[in-house]
Design a protein around this ligand. Structure first.
Ligand code: DGP
Length: 142
């Protein structure tokens, strides 16, 4: 497996060199909206420490990312009135990974609404800003 590339786009977001629509942050993880959501509220959860994917991440960092993904899933159920949540995580190119800093997709689902294909649709900035506000408020409310 190739080494971690510190210039990947999510590493730049983590360092604050590129913007994101932040949903949640703590000392070990950051969650922000996917700019090409497969459904409204599609959120990515990342460990702050460098890890390419599930194959090199320290188990405790992976466990923490899972905990944050659960928080976001619960917040999305209530704040967005979702009917379900799809969680996805891809590893290496043949496994579907495009950005090589570990991330877990948390995708709110509505009954009868299929997910959009990956990277098909770029959401408007205003819609992303509003969605981030909604999810962040729900997370803060617990
Ligand atoms: P994957 O590596 O296959 O799990 O997918 C990467 C995801 O990241 C994909 O759903 C699109 C999203 N994405 C790509 N570039 C950016 C970006 O610059 N900002 C954000 N927020 N999401 C991005």
């Amino acid at each position: 497996m190739p080494a971690y590339d510190p210039n990947n786009i999510f590493a730049k977001i983590l360092r604050g060199e590129l913007p994101c629509y932040k949903v949640y942050e703590d000392d070990k993880a950051l969650a922000f909206l996917d700019i090409m959501p497969r459904a409204p509220g599609h959120t990515l959860v990342l460990p702050k420490a460098p890890a390419r994917n599930i194959l090199d991440v320290p188990p405790d960092d992976l466990a923490h990312v899972a905990k944050v993904a659960q928080k976001i899933a619960k917040a999305a159920m209530t704040a967005l009135g979702a009917d379900g949540i799809t969680v996805q995580q891809f590893n290496e190119g043949p496994g579907g990974q495009v950005v090589f800093h570990l991330h877990v997709h948390v995708i709110p689902r509505m009954a009868g609404v299929p997910m959009k294909p990956p990277a098909e649709f770029k959401e408007k900035p205003e819609a992303l800003a509003e969605m981030a506000k909604t999810l962040m408020a729900a997370l803060a409310a617990g």
